[in-house]
Design a protein around this ligand. Structure first.
Ligand SMILES: O=C(O)CCC(=O)C(=O)O
Length: 232
């Protein structure tokens, strides 16, 4: 499901600036609060990019009120409640910024979010992926396999020496369909919906803030409610 404007232009601009500040801190080794993943190919991609490039930054909400207010904004939560079965209470399971720096942003292979999170029932969680920059086919928007949430949780195998894992099944999974999103818009996906994003060879960075929500009746072996941010 897509929503062209979950952030007002001023909020998107402020969020964008704050994320650039955090990225700069991370690139200069000053990001104590956040788990940071770097692009493996950044230095080799172009002569002008011979410095670390961040590919993922965890837990923006740990930065404070500005980020928490967006994560708890009524516009997002209305849709989250509807997509998680009319939930009365909603928690933020986790949040992370996925970056695809210009020229060197690498792909995120096909996966189901719940192969990582293990939330049950699967329908009690949802991901809201907010585009900070316009996400296009060229700079690596998400691609979805429509209807793949109906496959149930499928086996995944780890790709050695990477943080990724991919489906490990011997049946066809279906065609991937790109889902471009304007800056400030969002796509929402079921925790079992197969998705990926391709490499960014364009001159335009692509950043997105993924907010993963669960309702108050979900379970996961990896999270306790008391450690999650209650947003409703
Ligand atoms: O933004 C990306 O490239 C990948 C994001 C993703 O896999 C997710 O939000 O679940």
């Amino acid at each position: 499901m897509s929503c062209p404007e979950v952030l007002a232009p001023a909020a998107r601009a402020e969020l964008s600036n704050r994320i650039w500040d955090l990225v700069r801190d991370a690139e200069e080794g000053r990001s104590g609060k956040h788990e940071v993943l770097l692009e493996p190919g950044a230095a080799a991609a172009t002569a002008t990019l011979a410095k670390p490039a961040v590919r993922k930054l965890s837990s923006l909400v740990s930065e404070g009120e500005f980020f928490r207010e967006i994560a708890a904004s009524p516009r997002i939560l209305e849709l989250v409640a509807e997509l998680t079965g009319g939930a009365k209470s909603i928690y933020l399971y986790s949040d992370q910024v996925f970056l695809k720096p210009a020229f060197c942003g690498s792909e995120k292979p096909l996966h189901q979010d719940n192969s990582y999170f293990r939330v049950t029932p699967h329908s009690h969680g949802v991901t809201c992926w907010v585009a900070i920059d316009e996400a296009t086919v060229e700079n690596g928007c998400l691609n979805y396999i429509p209807g793949s949430h109906k496959l149930g949780l499928i086996n995944h195998r780890a790709i050695p020496n990477t943080p990724h894992h991919v489906p490990d099944v011997n049946f066809p999974l279906g065609e991937e369909v790109p889902a471009p999103v304007p800056a400030g818009g969002a796509v929402f996906h079921h925790l079992l919906c197969l998705h990926s994003s391709k490499a960014n060879h364009s001159a335009h960075p692509r950043r997105a803030w993924a907010l993963h929500y669960v309702n108050g009746e979900a379970h996961s072996p990896h999270r306790e409610y008391k450690k999650m941010l209650r947003v409703r």
